[in-house]
Design a protein around this ligand. Structure first.
Ligand SMILES: Cc1ncc(COP(=O)(O)O)c(C=O)c1O
Length: 369
């Protein structure tokens, strides 16, 4: 049997009854768009994060883009992020009309190296967009020390960090606004696309609500130019069911991570490091090795499918060549893209499948050493 890096089928079987009931209730409710399920899920998920308001949207990408717009970011502004993120982090900045700027990463955590931020600042920087990559948070205290005195907004990309904690506070409650994705693979994932932007600021919340709904506060009257980006009732109902399990998903991911940590210590593989003050949610269990591509190939032969997030730093991609960066500009991010890979990680991964992965991996690493 193939061991996949992610699989939802066992989890679905465990939750199928409650999800099918929730879906059936929506079908028979007479209300399919912006009804009580969306409102309840917005309230429950933002409360889970310790934040006052949540606005359900189409996707994590839209949550990022609309958050930038709600913060007033647009043409002429610059937004700083990292090159080793998912393309949508950067595409959202461009969609908002702004210019992405990059800083390098800390090679130990793969997260934004906040010490690099001051050098990247220009008078045009309106927002910093830290990505809580792989399930743990950027050093937000240090980041805020840079942004707050300068009046620069902070938008957290939380697509990979549902349930993570930083200094005891939830990811998503550490900046001015935060964007979550509910794409199926995510820690809290649905059965299609979905996202949410959360904020304590009522003005940002109001702007997000208008922007996702054609710029309207009341039906058929646009207060401003807007879009259509709504989380639908079906998905809100499904995500409400799954939200009840979020803590246990994170616990299980952490238990699996501890098993990998113990079994793979001293094998020559660089293992993930939980940064100080963080409770890593292990969206991905990301390792590093100079012979990454060989490892991927050998495990594939053993029917174990690993993943690389991400193989190409964004500043080297043709699509963003116009930004003027070159290979060599961000050496830590570039090296990480050459060497990182992630092991199977999802709450219903069986210990037998994890043990087989460990066994094949340790055997291979012994031969490589
Ligand atoms: C770091 C990061 N940001 C943004 C996104 C975009 O989310 P979505 O796929 O829901 O648009 C993703 C997911 O792909 C992601 O991993």
């Amino acid at each position: 049997m193939t061991i996949k890096v992610w699989d939802y089928l066992v989890e679905h079987e465990l939750e199928r009854e409650s999800i099918e009931k929730a879906v059936d209730r929506v079908f028979r409710s007479g209300r399919l768009i912006l009804g009580e399920n969306v409102t309840r899920f917005e309230q429950a998920f933002s409360a889970f994060c310790g934040v006052k308001h949540g606005v359900g949207v189409n996707s994590g990408t839209d949550a990022l883009f609309l958050s930038l717009r709600a913060l007033g970011v647009g043409p002429g502004d610059e937004v700083i992020t990292v090159p080793n993120t998912a393309v949508p982090t950067v595409s959202a900045i461009v969609t908002a009309g702004a210019t992405p700027r990059f800083v390098d990463i800390d090679p130990d955590t793969f997260l934004m190296d906040v010490a690099e931020l001051p050098r990247a600042l220009s008078p045009r920087v309106k927002c910093v967009l830290p990505v809580h990559l792989y399930g743990q948070c950027v050093d937000m205290d240090a980041l805020t020390e840079v942004t707050r005195p300068r009046g620069i907004s902070v938008l957290e990309d939380c697509a990979q960090s549902h349930g993570a904690l930083y200094q005891g506070r939830r990811a998503g409650g550490l900046g001015d606004v935060a964007a979550f994705s509910f794409y199926p693979t995510k820690i809290l994932g649905g059965y299609g696309d979905g996202g949410m932007a959360i904020s304590d600021d009522p003005a940002v919340d109001g702007a997000l609500r208008r922007l996702r709904f054609y710029g309207m506060e009341k039906t058929y009257y646009a207060n401003e130019h807007g879009y259509n980006s709504r989380l639908d009732e079906l998905h809100a109902a499904i995500l409400l069911e799954k939200l009840a399990h979020l803590e246990s998903y994170v616990e299980r991911r952490r238990a699996l991570a501890r098993r990998y940590d113990e079994a793979l210590a001293d094998t020559g593989l660089v293992l993930p490091r939980e940064a100080p003050g963080n409770r890593h949610a292990y969206y991905l269990y990301v390792c590093r090795h100079s012979q990454r591509d060989l490892i991927l190939e050998e495990l594939r032969k053993a029917d174990i499918l690993l993943n690389v997030s991400y193989p190409w730093p964004i500043h080297t991609m043709t699509g963003y060549g116009y930004l003027g960066y070159r290979n060599g500009d961000f050496p830590h991010a570039e090296a990480a893209c050459r060497e990182v890979f992630s092991l199977p990680m999802y709450p219903t991964l069986s210990e037998a499948d994890q043990d087989r992965t460990i066994e094949v991996m340790t055997g291979l690493l012994r031969r490589l050493s």
